[in-house]
Design a protein around this ligand. Structure first.
Ligand SMILES: Nc1ncnc2c1ncn2[C@@H]1O[C@H](COP(=O)(O)OP(=O)(O)OP(=O)(O)O)[C@@H](O)[C@H]1O
Ligand SMILES: [Mg+2]
Length: 456
């Protein structure tokens, strides 16, 4: 199982965070344990003081009760003192906080019971008084002993506990921090290297493709993470690039072939025809027969027409104006020569003068020329338009070629016809990195064909 790049990146910080959270939980538990022990020590202290106060009040109460029983009379002041002492005694008992062994032992309940027995408000029998007080005080002293013993034990343990706790906490903290740092570094290095190695491979492949080596880079069968997706994209891009380059080469080859045929026609066929024409002209000049001369003149005219047609064909195969005058002039020459007849729709041509300064290579010029010619031919053949516009202009960093007519438009309801023109336009455009599109024209009807070529 492979961990995705996102998780590989997150693994190291997540591990460090988890260890730090565990450390925090441990420190919280330690603090909670310590504070509960402190709470218990405080309860023991309060109880110890309360027991001492209760004992003092009981002793004084006992002396006064015995005196009054002996004299047999008591004034209001003495009665108030008795009540006050007894109140202090009960208040002290109420302040006793149960801790450790006193929890649920019943000792405190028993003390409360004995305190109720020595209440001076309930008429105490003189013969029972001493015994009741001594039972109460012995219970007090028993509780005091328990408290004292427990307090000593706790003090001893606590000082040991705190030392142990400090040592343990420091050790655990250092260990966990060291482990977190170590794991963080190891995981980051391990996954970082793995990711970097894969990125390096992808970057090498992309660099090779950019350098013109069109070997198909490997692509994983399954996409398991983002880098796999990138590898698949690079692979697909290369496949498409190979196709485009193939088309480009094909077009280049076709252009070269057209150039060769045009040259052959010029150097061979045209030269031959010119030779025949010269021979015919010589024959006509020598001939005395009128009928013969007329026939020869007609043949001469036919031959001249054939030569002109052949020149047109040659120019179509390899437009020389393009080489000599550039793209704008070549389009203008074509329109002038082939599209100016009165039966054909009217055209308006606009060539941005700045386009003549562009340094387009021969391939781009040829592609743009052929695309323009095909778009114009389509208007003449299919649009049933009365007029159309041909524009070649610069828009910021774009060269825009547009052919716009006022014809019937590219209807989607008509069945697609089997022409090659539109496909050729698309392929030629792709081979030079241009984009093409057809949409409704700005006239009331018709089509606008537009090509945009980004300029460097
Ligand atoms: N300007 C236009 N106005 C109206 N319809 C058009 C226009 N341009 C193209 N079309 C339509 O698109 C179809 C395809 O054109 P495409 O150039 O591919 O083929 P074609 O011109 O019929 O044949 P080919 O170009 O191979 O000689 C045409 O048959 C026509 O119906
Ligand atoms: Mg066409």
């Amino acid at each position: 199982m492979r961990i995705t790049v996102k998780h590989q990146v997150l693994l190291a910080p997540a591990t460090v965070l988890l260890l730090l959270s565990l450390l925090l939980a441990f420190l919280c538990y330690t603090y909670w344990d310590l504070s509960s022990k402190r709470q218990e020590a405080k309860a023991i202290g309060t109880t110890f003081v309360a027991l001492a106060e209760a004992d003092m009040a009981a002793r004084r109460l006992h002396v006064i009760v015995r005196t009054l029983q002996f004299t047999g009379m008591a004034n209001n002041e003495e009665l108030a003192l008795l009540a006050d002492l007894y109140d202090r005694l009960t208040a002290a008992i109420e302040r006793i906080e149960p801790f450790g062994p006193l929890h649920k032992s019943g000792e405190i309940e028993q003390l409360r019971q004995l305190a109720a027995d020595i209440n001076p408000a309930s008429s105490l029998e003189p013969e029972n008084t001493n015994e009741l007080f001594s039972r109460f005080r012995s219970q007090l002293s028993a509780l005091s002993n328990i408290t004292q013993i427990y307090r000593n034990k706790l003090r001893h343990n606590q000082s040991q506990d705190i030392n142990h706790l400090v040592e343990q906490t420091a050790l655990v903290t250092v260990l966990v921090l060291a482990l977190a740092i170590l794991l963080g570094i190891v995981l980051s290095l391990y996954f970082g290297r793995r990711i970097l190695a894969r990125i390096q491979l992808l970057s090498d492949n992309a660099g090779r493709i950019a350098g013109g080596e069109l070997d198909l880079p490997p692509a994983p069968d399954n996409i398991r993470d983002e880098l796999d997706a990138l590898a698949v994209s690079i692979n697909r891009m290369t496949k498409r690039l190979i196709k485009v380059v193939g088309t480009e080469k094909l077009l280049e080859g076709a252009e070269e072939e057209r150039r060769r045929i045009a040259m052959d026609l010029h150097d061979q066929t045209l030269a031959d025809l010119s030779g025949v024409l010269r021979g015919l002209q010589a024959l006509t000049a020598k001939s005395k027969d009128q009928e013969h001369s007329r026939r020869a003149g007609e043949l001469e005219q036919d031959l001249n027409r054939a030569i002109t047609n052949l020149r047109d064909i040659m120019n179509n195969l390899h437009p020389q104006t393009l080489d000599i005058l550039g793209l704008g002039a070549a389009i203008e020459a074509h329109l002038d020569r082939h599209c100016s007849s009165t039966e054909l729709p009217l055209y308006h041509l606009y060539i941005d003068p700045r386009t003549s300064e562009l340094s387009l290579d021969r391939n781009q010029q040829l592609a743009l020329y052929r695309i323009a010619i095909e778009a114009i031919q389509n208007v003449i053949k299919h649009a049933e338009a009365s007029r159309y516009e041909v524009n070649l202009e610069l828009r910021e960093k774009l060269l825009v070629l547009a052919v716009e007519d006022n014809g019937r438009g590219l209807a989607t309801d008509r069945p697609a016809e089997q022409g090659r023109g539109l496909n050729n336009i698309r392929e030629r455009a792709r081979s030079i990195g241009a984009e093409v599109g057809w949409r409704s024209s700005r006239f009331s009807s018709g089509t606008r064909f537009e090509l945009t070529l980004p300029l460097p």
